[in-house]
Design a protein around this ligand. Sequence first.
Ligand code: PLP
Length: 392
Amino acid sequence: MFSDLTERLHIREQQGLKRHRAVTEGPQSTHVVIDGRAYLSFCSNDYLGLANHPELIQAACQGAQHYGVGAGASHLINGHSVAHHTLERALAKFIGFPAALLFSTGYMANMGVITALAGRNDVIFADKLNHASLNEAALLSRAKLIRYPHCDTVALERRLAASGSGGKLVITDAVFSMDGDIAPIRALIRLCEQYDAMLLLDDAHGFGVLGGKGRGTLFSPAAETRHSPRVIYMATLGKAAGVFGAFVAAADEVIETLIQTAKSYIYTTASPPLLAHTLLKSLERIENDDWRREKLHGLIELLKAKLQPLKWRLMPSDTPIQPLVIGEAREAVHVSNALKEKGILVPAIRQPTVPRGTARLRISLSAAHEEADILRLADALHEIAAGDDVYG
Ligand SMILES: *Cc1c(COP(=O)(O)O)cnc(C)c1O
């Protein structure tokens, strides 16, 4: 087995698919230092610029003083602090759901929900471009997994209609993490009602960013939907919220079922209460700082305008995820490296994360960026596109 590992790592390296971690110094920011060199970064999911906000840092320090640093036990033993409890209520109220439940991470939330609700006799319908955590959870649940073409509600309806007895669960990213587009939520809810299915919406990239007051994709014009008891809403707290963790909001019966049976909730230490304490402050900033979302949308529009003349196309997206399609993996990596030489970080995303031939630069924008940052990125891309030696 061990020699196998060595060989497989070697093959990965040869195919140019071996991944490396950049070691950053200092806080998450639009300007990062790696190996002693300063970069302008378009890599982060810190969409509102809250990860290093002074008020949140202060809340974290206060939280540590008040609650210590570790929860010490799982939620069902005695790790469920008043900070967790208060945050759950605040989150449920904020998005108008009956109840909410905190998980340590979004990955664990998806694992917990899907394995608690679906089992051997059930069917899960999943968008082909869903996040890896949704796919893994579906496999772990042992339910029958049926994937449908990206955002294709006609194809989904055919699959729903053809499926026999057993519970039905539709799972989808609300904002797709590598494309930046938004799921057809209204149609999905309608189908779930028509075919007696539940809908798990993973809003990792919409919460805090989209919808009035940052309430998420369910409140955006793209969804414009009222709540249905069939909707199970999951959002993460380590992206726009700037801290760490995730929550699930749903009908009381769903939340109670998760408390009783979701293994990634039950068999794990509760996250440090100081994080929940900090997240209450983050929620205040999300709710009150409309200017962060307005600034972010201004930057998105500026980027689109400036990249319009490029030979590469931005994918249609109104979210801070702005993928620039390059095509071949080799060329995408070349452009990403050329940007890096100019002091700008934008990750190249290749297969298997995205389909072959659609390798792209995943530009992610933050309210912490300035117009000058966007202009610098646009200029650099124009220069690289103009160079005749694209392959260096
Ligand atoms: C980041 C992400 C997750 C995982 O959330 P973590 O809190 O980072 O574990 C789940 N789903 C989607 C769509 C994501 O982008």
